[in-house]
Design a protein around this ligand. Structure first.
Ligand code: ADP
Ligand code: UDP
Length: 237
């Protein structure tokens, strides 16, 4: 597989074309950003940890029947994925109240949410990733009603699979964000699943083990990501 031009440089990953028009290389960098890119730092080992973590989770989901972009782990910081036409909508599931839900609705942090909530945000940094609803998605043509229904069903399926996985590792899956795209007409899970895009709390101590450590300046960010990886049995180099 030959790596060719840089197609896109995001806040945390770079995307490269390859000699196969259906495949891209995702390069996970050490750049760490929060608050729509207003806080940015380099954290040693983050690219490697997130790349290996994402490969483990995507392979677990694929084996459980979720269609994912994942093809091959190429190196410490790179993986080969299907080239998707990304849908600019972020799907968020919450099992416990945290983050923007707490701010928006004044629900106490940590409140158990049953059934879990499903929320949509427009992926648009310039607009601050606004909260949107299903009718916006369809009316503005970001996805069809059928595609959106499939994204919601897959997001809830991912929640069932990963809640159980993290629970066995002594962790609460508080919330997470997924992005989907189209590959040959099918909805496929894209982007990444790593502690950058979810909230994980230790079941006993409620210690935050995710990007909130960075957002809130708590320190020990990568140490926490590595502990999560180690508890799940993700091989790190
Ligand atoms: P951001 O765009 O939010 O700054 P990243 O730094 O993670 O995010 O950049 C990765 C970019 O690659 C994102 O825009 C994401 O939507 C896109 N992307 C992720 N997976 C795929 C894929 N399989 N095919 C095409 N684009 C993808
Ligand atoms: N999230 C993300 N990228 C975004 C927005 C949110 O990965 O652009 C994740 C975030 O890490 C959390 C979940 O989605 O696990 C819900 O985020 P929330 O709406 O609470 O927003 P926040 O206050 O974290 O910005």
């Amino acid at each position: 597989m030959e790596k060719r031009a840089e197609l896109y440089r995001g806040k945390a990953k770079s995307v490269f074309t390859t000699d196969d028009p259906d495949r891209l290389i995702l390069l996970f960098r050490n750049d760490t950003s929060a608050f729509d890119g207003k806080k940015i730092e380099q954290l040693d080992r983050k690219g490697m940890v997130n790349n290996r973590f994402n490969a483990f989770i995507m392979q677990t989901l694929q084996a459980a029947g979720v269609p994912t972009q994942f093809d091959t782990l190429l190196s410490d910081t790179e993986c080969l994925v299907k080239k998707l036409d990304m849908i600019p909508v972020e799907c968020v599931v919450r099992n416990y109240a945290a983050g923007s839900l707490v701010k928006r609705l004044g629900i106490e942090e940590g409140t158990a949410l049953a059934p879990p909530t499903f929320e949509l945000f427009l992926k648009d940094d310039a607009k601050g990733d606004p909260f949107i609803n299903a009718s916006h998605v369809v009316t503005f043509g970001w996805a069809t009603a059928d595609q959106l229904a499939r994204m919601q069903a897959l997001t809830l399926q991912v929640n069932d699979i990963l809640r159980a996985l993290f629970d066995q590792a002594g962790l609460m899956l508080v919330d997470f964000k997924l992005e989907f795209g189209l590959f040959k007409g099918e909805i496929v899970l894209g982007d990444e699943f790593s502690p950058d895009g979810c909230r994980l709390w230790d079941k006993d101590t409620k210690k935050k083990m995710d990007k909130d450590r960075f957002r809130q300046g708590l320190g020990g960010v990568i140490e926490a990501y590595e502990e999560v990886a180690q508890r799940l049995g993700v091989p790190l180099s």
